[in-house]
Design a protein around this ligand. Structure first.
Ligand code: FNR
Ligand code: LAC
Length: 364
């Protein structure tokens, strides 16, 4: 068990990012902090939250506040989950098992990357009974993809999150300048046959070629359903069209994500397209969001616009960098407490009571 929030190297959530990036070598800082190209989309994710206002309510009887909810039917202690991020042992030796212990202690759902530093089985062991999802990157060889999914099912992961926005990695200026390369040089815990997405298309005269898995269409969801009974969550949805296609091909939920601004620069902020996706899928399908979620008020804003739960990516890696598993636990404590505070201040005592009336008028 990690210490319950004993790490005081970040007294507030607002101190976490600076505390972490001060500890990292340049290459890892570039990998973690960077987005694609000019980082317009990276910035837009944060700015979108700042355009909304929350409506404080007075004397509303808020003695006890409950953050619990369910995600795909699984009970969780807060409507926030750990978004999948690669190579966590690069940031702290505790790596994904450290995150898993913190998530279990906090009652948070956590998603783990295909590109985890530790094996998905080792992470599952550390997670114990804690809810966990496996994030899937399609592999050039379908049998390798299939094997990953089977292993995840056997190890007690309760959903497969197919990341659908990465046929090739976005153009990452900061990474290129710093020399951090997502390639075979960074160890992957799931085995030597598991590959990260390709860094760039291969030029051949007047054509550019991606890897074989890039030919996948929505039928890949049908293929995955032949392999597993687990629910499929499609990550990387930013339009009503794709949301409808995902549902038509059997996705149980969609995750509105632009990969933390790391894929298509110039794409929209996630918050700005959340309402269109929620409307497109209709009431029976859960919609999640990640990208720029930092404070309790951001969570309320996304929930008010129809998200069932939200993911946090970089903040988990910041907390891991600063304090390992105990740092992640402290981060989860701080964010949970802030969300409970903000919920009381908008006059609500449960997550189910958060609706559009929590927010002021739509931004222009
Ligand atoms: C990511 N993300 C990501 N997504 C995924 O599906 N598989 C992965 O392996 C990774 N790896 C990864 C590494 C790092 C360093 C970052 C910052 C992000 C994207 C991640 O799941 C999520 O969409 C974003 O991080 C959410 O935005 P914020 O919270 O970082 O602003
Ligand atoms: C990233 C990949 C690995 O964004 O998902 O770095």
């Amino acid at each position: 068990m990690p210490d319950a929030g004993s790490d005081d190297s970040f007294p507030t959530l607002g101190d976490l990012e600076a505390a972490a990036i001060g500890k990292l070598p340049d290459r890892l800082r570039a990998y973690l902090q960077g987005g694609a190209a000019e980082e317009r989309t990276l910035r837009a994710n944060r700015e979108a939250f700042h355009r909304w206002t929350l409506r404080p309510r007075a004397l509303s009887g808020v003695e006890t506040v409950d953050l619990s909810t369910t995600v795909l039917g699984v009970p969780v202690r807060a409507p926030v989950f750990v978004a999948p991020t690669a190579y966590q042992a690069q940031f702290h030796p505790d790596g994904e098992p450290g995150v898993a212990r913190a998530a279990q202690a906090s009652g948070w759902l956590a998603a783990y990357s295909t590109l985890s530093s530790f094996s998905l089985e080792a992470i599952a062991e550390a997670a114990g009974t804690g809810p966990r999802w496996f994030q899937l990157y399609l592999q050039p060889d379908l049998s390798v993809t299939r094997r990953l999914v089977e292993r995840a099912e056997q190890a007690g992961y309760s959903a497969i999150v197919l990341t659908a926005d990465t046929p090739v990695l976005g153009v990452r200026d900061r990474q290129m300048r710093s020399g951090f390369a997502i390639d075979g040089s960074v160890p992957i815990g799931n085995g030597p046959d598991v590959l990260p997405p390709p860094r760039a298309p291969m030029a051949n005269r007047d054509r550019y070629h991606l890897r074989p898995e890039a030919k996948s269409s929505w039928e890949i969801l049908d293929r995955l359903r032949d392999v597993t009974r687990l629910p499929l969550v499609v990550k990387g949805i930013l339009t009503a069209e794709d949301a409808r296609l995902a549902v038509r091909h059997g996705a149980q939920a969609v995750l509105v994500s632009n990969h933390g601004g790391r894929q298509l620069d110039g794409g929209p902020s996630t918050l700005s397209v959340l309402p269109e996706v929620v409307e497109a899928v209709g009431p029976g399908v859960e919609v999640y969001l990640d990208g720029g979620v930092r404070r309790g008020g951001d969570i309320l804003t996304a929930l008010a616009l129809g998200a069932r739960a939200v993911g946090v990516g970089r903040p988990i890696l910041w907390a891991l960098t600063v304090g390992g598993a105990a740092g992640v636990r402290r981060y989860m404590d701080l964010l949970g407490s802030e969300l409970a505070t903000d919920l009381a201040l908008v006059g609500r005592t449960s997550i189910g009571a958060v609706d559009r009336s929590v927010l002021g008028a739509s931004p222009a």
